[in-house]
Write a protein that binds this ligand. Sequence first.
Ligand code: GDP
Length: 524
Amino acid sequence: MDIAREAARRRTFAIISHPDAGKSTLTEALALHTEMISEAGVTHGKAGRRATVSDWMEMEKARGISISSTALQMQYGDTVVNVVDTPGHADFSEDTYRVLAAVDVAVMVLDAAKGLEPQTLKLFDVCRRSAIPVITVVNKWDRPALAPLELLDQIQQRLGIVPTPVTWPIGIGGDFQGALDLRSGEIIRYHRTAGGATIAGEEVLDRTAAEEAFGVDLATAEEEVELLAADGMVHDQETFLSGRTSPVLFAAGLLNFGLSQLLQVLVDVAPAAADRREADGGRRPVDSPFSAYVFKVQAGMDRNHRDHVAFARVCSGRFERGDVVEQASTRRPITTKYVQSMFGRDRSTADEAFPGDVIGLVNATGLRIGDTLRAQGERVEFPAIVRFAPEHFAEIRAADVSRSKQFRRGMDQLDAEGVVQVLRNDARGDAAPVLAAVGPMQFEVVQDRLANEFGAQTRLQRLDYSVARQVARADVGLLAGTSGVEVFERSDGTVLALFTDRWRIRSVERAHPDLELAVLAADV
Ligand code: GDP
């Protein structure tokens, strides 16, 4: 088995978009154009569509947003395509960071009529910080849209990245007739199929046929393309991989227009699973023995079997179900008899996996987000995944003391999953921990899951703190008795001081010039 070859044919990506831009539709359309290796479903089901998996949570259904991440594996020609779903809500940026740490490239979907939207900007920023190259898809070209050059201008001005179209639409938004494939030089005509339920008809036209079919729209498209070249908006592999340019495609996910071009761009242009950076700065060759890192932990996916699944991205080597692997932090062996390749309600079991693939380890309860897994005897460790600086804080306690055991069990579980950060100190005790969240919606998720999965109703009280700093354990005494400051320990052992506001931090710093209050990783 040639591991390097297996890695080279894998494309692992996440789709990022503002809600409603068409992420789910596009994912389903991708599935239609490929051979599903594992039919696990991907997106939140909406009326009239295939019911899918990530709507396992009641709240998610009620709100129509996707909270949990899922992954899907498909085969396109000789290429294995792994799509890792990103959480849909703006509050879940921490989750998003972790998912993006598991992929090699992002596909940014824009609604052609709306262009860049707030959530797109935020997610793009995460990609930039994580140094992930981005492919842009302008979706819904079958609807009235902004002018294509205006969209490119937005991308360039607001994201500071040079858009380099690899396809160009023939026909304005709302009149999507075909496309110029700028890489192959082909002129493509699209045909609608009933309801978009099957692969769109697509034919390559010769010049004469194209002129006849498209008339003046072809000439317009070609003129616009000439402007692109003059502006330097031409695909370049090196600047794409370094995040300075982004290939752009035009599509209509609902009609399946532009999907085969997107897949071909993923095959030809998107980076394959490659050597991965290690914590010590070295790189882990893809063909070295097995290693992976955990980017997501989830419980309660299946109400009948209260289970716990740790999802890991394979970074090197070949993984085979039944292998005994090692948790790097504890050197504890983990048996992998129960491993899922994909996840959701329909479990399918992975027999083997290669770099770029996602595996789900069932009931490996000791695993934490950011953990490295490796073949026994290996030394590799991957960098820890960024923890966000929390900005919202609340005390939580069981509404009914007789359920405090369930409450504690639930808190430990949600803490391990990284749903929220759990802070404790002696004064408040174990019955009333403090939750620290990046966005307030995380609190709702916690309360909802405690009630539904652990049978513990809770009472939540928002606290007045708005900023956290890390302090050395030895310095904690200096903060004693200062008003507007409270010190906690997070479950990973980090000591955090919470402040009502930044002014309070400044006054503490003035009073104790030697005290070091460290900014948390992402609070920059
Ligand atoms: P998500 O929230 O990003 O996952 O967006 P969805 O895939 O659920 O799409 C949001 C809405 O836009 C749905 O009503 C889709 O049917 C519609 N939609 C998605 N793609 C297209 C498209 O290419 N053309 C048109 N006209 N509508 C689309």
